[in-house]
Design a protein around this ligand. Structure first.
Ligand code: HEM
Length: 210
């Protein structure tokens, strides 16, 4: 027998609560792989024509030999990222996961949870409920994902999608938007991975689901 509860489901035999259904776990880990490929090959592409007076160390970039290979990697991973992202966002909306887990986000709760986290007093007992800071960060990174894809398409096909490119303020501005969306995602990832290591049971739940 399976009983549905507000944030997951529980099997009467095992008593274990499903925190992340299979579709969340599969799309999450495909996304992590695709993001890693996109970010590190993107750094190599950036190095060929930097926007700022710095380059990324060659050792942390990927994509074969030089710019042409890095572009091939970037575009290959793009399909994985976009198709997987569409599946995750569509299911997240249709199954009501976003509504249940990421909303509502109240500024007063974000402040209270951020303060509690800084004091080390934020509870991680119930993994099925995201705290307000998590909600804000997850929603933010999903939005950053949408922006990085749209700004990427704008600089990939600026003639074919000129209306979209114009929306970002033109080709040059879209390049900056693409860069800052990457920086936001990398910033998110540093915190996200550190927290997954600090709360290992949350990592187990994202692997095994329970
Ligand atoms: C090695 C890399 C990663 C690790 C170890 C990791 C780990 C985790 C863990 C443990 C959770 C569950 C958090 C919880 O239950 O409190 C989670 C959820 C999540 N992660 Fe990651 N993650 C990684 C990469 C990424 C990347 C690249 C992104 C997006 C750019 C991402 C976005 C998310 C989102 C949006 C959720 C919430 C999913 C949902 O509930 O629908 N993660 N991650």
């Amino acid at each position: 027998m399976t009983i549905d509860v507000a944030h997951g489901s529980t099997s009467a035999q095992s008593g274990a609560v499903t925190i992340h259904p299979a579709w969340v776990r599969i799309t999450h880990w495909i996304n992590a792989l695709a993001m890693l490929m996109m970010i590190t090959s993107g750094w190599r592409i950036y190095n060929a024509s930097p926007l700022f007076p710095f380059e990324f160390p060659e050792a942390i970039t990927t994509g074969g030999n030089g710019l042409a290979d890095a572009l091939r990697w970037h575009f290959a991973a793009m399909w994985l990222l976009v198709i997987n992202g569409i599946v995750y966002v569509t299911l997240g909306i249709l199954r009501g996961r976003f509504r249940r887990k990421l909303f509502p986000i109240r500024p007063s709760e974000v402040m209270a949870d951020a303060l509690a986290a800084l004091k080390g007093k934020l509870s991680h007992e119930d993994l099925s409920v995201y705290n307000a800071v998590q909600k804000l960060l997850y929603l933010g990174v999903i939005l950053a994902g949408v922006i990085i894809v749209l700004s990427g398409i704008s600089i990939w096909k600026p003639v074919q999608v000129q209306e979209l490119t114009a929306l970002f303020g033109g080709y040059d501005a879209a390049r900056y938007v693409h860069f800052f969306a990457m920086a936001a995602i990398v910033g998110f990832l540093l915190v996200h991975i550190a927290l997954a290591i600090l709360v290992p049971k949350s990592l187990r739940a994202m692997i095994r689901g329970k």
